[in-house]
Design a binder for this molecule. Structure first.
Ligand code: MG
Length: 457
């Protein structure tokens, strides 16, 4: 494998790159996009040629996880490389931050932006934040030089006096129904911005940032508000998808990815830039046609079934990541932190547990990453865990609409390679696999420390 790589790529991989050659990093994050919503993940009627091309030129993961099943904790995990229970950014009572919330990502957390900024990177966050909309929790408090976007979900600050009640407002959405702020850095620019323009405006900001920092190195975090309900797309995307409004919205996000990749190519930065695409959690299934699809996986957003947490994961870095790979080892959004620091030549923080791992061996196709296991939390409760292909559930609960979890003793046990849809439990015949998962959970729990809950403030 190594002899196939160009020399600069080889030097980057083994950490000898000079400061001037530090690679740029771009993370593009969709909101509530399901595992089955892209054509390169098998969707029959949503057409995503830009993400398909990104996958064809890079590596596409079949078992890529968000570290949470809803927005706020998954974003905390992505930016810190840690399970959100470690930062106080998970709660079983208040599952995400709301406009009246006082808490947010604690200043003591080290984000990918903070770490890269310290290594000389220009940093920008564009789009949805959802890690606290008050200082000291805003992007510019957490290592980003600039911020432009809505600091929480686009369905918050509902103006109940406008439009139809309840779900009906989502089925015929108008921007004015949601009085969300659009911010630049720490200032509110607009209230109830025209949400049909969000994807385009975020992309304009992202492209502008790349152009003005072409000398590098830079870190761009582009977190789309879409396709989280209420769904909006600009005029040019109206009716272009056979999948209806949801498909139109995903196709506009796809076109945004195309603009970012094209800009990098136009500026000759493609060999110096790692681009990652993923989603914060599975599809919001209770919204029927307004929600996405987890493909063959079970359940969706809000649940610890695979459909809630397994998401698209695509990595692109021409010449360093060989084109056209499919990686079938599991990985997670937490690995982006550890991998980003590694390619920037920044050591991992030594004073805390980092759950993500450097996955360059998977990206280059040449190796594997030793893993303890993956732990599926719903809020602060550990519902399930996997080691290798085996996943045990002690509790199960559908994403929305089930009041209390079902308890399982012995746990349900699924072999995800054989049964990715988690249809038939094998715990009765595989006690040894259950014991191995129990042991991994015990080791994981021993690393947890009590922290102040940020979502319940
Ligand atoms: Mg989400």
């Amino acid at each position: 494998m190594l002899r196939l790589l160009a020399l600069p790529a080889l030097l980057i991989l083994i950490g000898l790159s000079s400061a001037a050659e530090k690679p740029n990093i771009v993370v593009i994050y969709a909101d509530d996009l399901g595992y089955g919503d892209l054509s390169c993940y098998g969707h029959p009627t949503i057409h995503t040629p830009h993400l398909d091309r990104m996958a064809a030129e890079g590596v596409r993961f079949t078992e890529f996880y968000s570290a949470a099943e809803v927005c706020t904790p998954s974003r905390a995990a992505l930016l810190t490389g840690r399970y959100p229970v470690r930062s106080g950014m998970a709660s079983s009572k208040r599952r995400v931050l709301f406009p009246e919330s006082k808490g947010g990502l604690p200043p003591s957390e080290i984000t990918l932006a903070t770490a890269l900024h310290g290594a000389g990177y220009a940093t920008a966050a564009v789009g949805k934040w959802h890690l606290g909309h008050l200082s000291p929790h805003l992007p510019t408090d957490h290592g980003f030089d600039s911020y432009f976007g809505i600091p929480y979900s686009n369905d918050m600050d509902r103006r109940a006096e406008l439009g139809p009640r309840g779900r009906a407002a989502f089925l015929e959405p108008k921007s004015e129904y949601w009085n969300v702020p659009l911010m630049r850095d720490k200032e509110i620019l607009e209230r109830a911005p025209d949400q049909t323009q969000l994807t385009r405006r975020y992309t304009d900001e992202a492209v502008k940032f790349i152009r003005s920092h072409r000398e590098g190195p830079f870190f761009l975090y582009l977190a789309h508000s879409m396709p989280h309900v209420p769904l909006f797309r600009s005029k040019a995307f109206e009716g272009i998808s056979r999948r209806g409004l949801y498909g139109d919205v995903v196709q506009e996000v796809d076109a945004s990815v195309g603009r970012v990749l094209d800009t990098l190519k136009e500026l000759g930065l493609q060999q110096r830039t790692l681009v990652v695409f993923s989603s914060d959690n599975g599809p919001w299934l209770i919204f029927d046609q307004q929600g996405g699809s987890a493909g063959l996986l079970r359940d969706g957003k809000g649940s610890t079934w695979e459909g809630g947490m397994r998401v698209p994961g695509i990595f692109w870095w021409p010449d360093t990541i060989p084109a056209g790979q499919i990686c079938r080892d599991w990985a997670s959004t937490m690995d982006i932190f550890a991998t980003g620091l590694a390619i920037a030549g920044v050591p991992l923080p030594a004073d805390r547990t980092i759950d993500g791992q450097d996955i360059r061996p998977l990206l280059t196709g040449g190796g594997s990453v030793p893993r303890e296991g993956f732990f599926y939390y719903r809020g602060t409760d550990l519902f399930a865990a996997r080691t290798g292909p085996w996943k045990a559930h002690w509790k199960t609960q559908t994403g929305y609409g089930q009041k209390a979890p079902d308890d399982h003793q012995p746990p349900l046990l699924f072999q995800l390679d054989v049964d990715p849809g988690e249809s038939w439990s094998q715990s009765e015949t595989h006690a040894a696999e259950v014991s191995a998962i129990d042991a991994a959970v015990a080791r994981h729990r021993a690393t947890l420390k009590p922290v102040e809950n940020q979502l319940e403030k």
